[in-house]
Design a protein around this ligand. Structure first.
Ligand code: C2E
Ligand code: MN
Ligand code: MN
Length: 407
């Protein structure tokens, strides 16, 4: 069995030429003893390395590299199984990118490959990844966040819970969506809760299926009432609706508009997040409901983008104000090459379409730093605030700590 792994990283300490030679010589001895071959590209500040060998040896070596303080921002670009080694025998091949024009690098990489691999290279993902990173070095494509160490978080005060209004049939937990660099809350998401604070899943599974859409829609009246009692001022509020909750009842949008007005709110303060747990059955009716929301001045967001049905074809058919990137894509983004490539592309699509991207489920400082460097400015997640039942939670705002040397 042969596994292949490509990662990239940033050199953390300044290194003189002879230090570097020594590092390479030691690494070659270690790799040879593990029966690991491959190639290392270095441009003076970044590494891209391919490791190939027995799966356990490759994993163990990558583990060591991730813990090595000389490597920062270690990002896995590929993990694959392959039928044969691409690089020769007992030495780790090495290219110092500073010595060559970028355009020559692809052929240099090919020259180092075994003949069998060279012949297959034009269809080989491994060869393409190496070439891509060699050619795009020093560009925004390998820009990284910092490691998060230079930031500390300070919580502001939570607003006192107003107490459940007697007339409020449904409870909601509020979670802010924040713009940390401007230190503003852009909106609160109203997440429905069961009578004793249970999850949305619990609540919806406790009602008969044929009541689900009606309850989903009607519960929003409680959300608007809570919003008006909390005096959220200019902060927007997001509510979740299944697409079918907007379609099943032809007067659904009129109901929302009435309830919004009845609570003294403006439709422009409200965003409807479409949570697509099930395929949209009737495209025509769904499109018409979206148009009614737009005409009423209500904002629209695609929720959980990249999970389940909330994918590219929904985005191709209709362009929302906001695109919320699903937590599963955000998780560990700072060390995950495929996720980084996907999110960069989403950010670019959003920019071209005038859509605001929002990252969901941000839990780690490094995730936030990477996303911020990639151009995402709005965030939701436990890192900044957990949902608060019927109230406004404290937000943890990041601040640069003193003495940080920057990245
Ligand atoms: P969602 O709209 O994607 O809401 C975000 C969910 O992720 C919330 O779970 C929130 O508590 C959780 N979350 C936020 N930040 C983090 C984080 O950093 N890490 C982790 N692990 N989780 C985080 P919740 O409240 O259980 O809601 C689950 C889903 O239920 C929502 O996902 C939404 O799809 C649905 N939902 C909520 N309210 C309603 C509603 O009124 N109607 C409908 N149809 N669905 C709703
Ligand atoms: Mn949502
Ligand atoms: Mn979501």
């Amino acid at each position: 069995m042969l596994s292949t792994l490509i990662y990239r990283s940033r050199l953390c300490s300044a290194m003189r030429a002879d230090d570097f030679d020594l590092l390479i010589r030691k690494a070659r001895v270690r790799n040879a003893s593990l029966n690991v071959t491959g190639i290392l590209l270095f441009d003076g500040s970044h590494f891209v390395q391919l490791l190939e060998g027995p799966p356990q040896a490759v994993e163990a070596l990558f583990d060591t590299i991730q813990r090595d303080p000389r490597h920062g921002s270690v990002v896995r670009l590929l993990r694959d199984q392959g039928p044969f080694r691409r690089f020769e025998g007992d030495q780790m091949a090495m290219i110092d990118l500073r010595e060559f024009e970028a355009a020559r690098v692809p052929s240099l990489i090919l020259d180092k490959m075994k003949k069998q691999a060279r012949l297959a290279a034009s269809d080989d993902r491994v060869a393409r990844i190496l070439t891509w990173y060699a050619l795009t070095r020093e560009t925004r494509l390998i820009a990284d966040g910092d490691d998060g160490a230079g930031w500390r978080f300070e919580a502001d005060a939570a607003l006192p819970e107003p107490g459940l209004g007697a007339e409020q049939a449904y409870q909601f937990a509020l979670q802010p969506i924040v713009e940390p660099m401007r230190r503003v809350i852009s909106s609160f998401e109203f997440l429905i809760r069961g009578p004793s604070g249970g999850s949305p899943q619990e609540l919806f599974s406790s009602v008969p299926p044929d009541q689900r859409y009606r309850i989903d829609l009607e519960s929003k009246a409680s959300a608007f009432r809570l919003a008006s009692r909390l005096h959220l001022d200019d902060i927007k509020l997001s509510v979740n609706l299944l697409p079918m909750s907007l379609v099943a009842d032809p007067s659904a949008v009129d109901f929302l508009v009435e309830q919004i007005a009845g609570c003294g709110l403006s439709p422009r303060q409200v965003i409807v997040e479409i949570t697509e747990e099930e395929a949209i059955v009737n495209q025509g009716d769904f499109g018409a409901a979206i148009e009614r929301l737009r005409r009423a001045g209500i904002g629209v967001a695609i929720d959980d983008f990249g999970a389940g049905f909330a994918g590219l074809s929904l985005l191709a058919d209709f362009q929302p104000d906001k695109l919320k990137i699903d937590r599963k894509i955000i998780q560990n983004i700072h060390s995950d090459g495929p996720r980084q490539a996907i999110v960069r592309a989403i950010v670019e699509v959003c920019a071209a379409l005038g859509i605001t991207p929002v990252a969901e489920g941000v839990e780690r400082v490094q995730e936030w730093r990477w996303l911020q460097a990639a151009g995402v400015e709005r965030f939701q997640g436990y890192l900044f605030a957990r949902p608060a039942l019927n109230g406004v939670p404290a937000v943890r705002w990041p601040r640069r700590s003193g003495g940080h040397r920057g990245s």
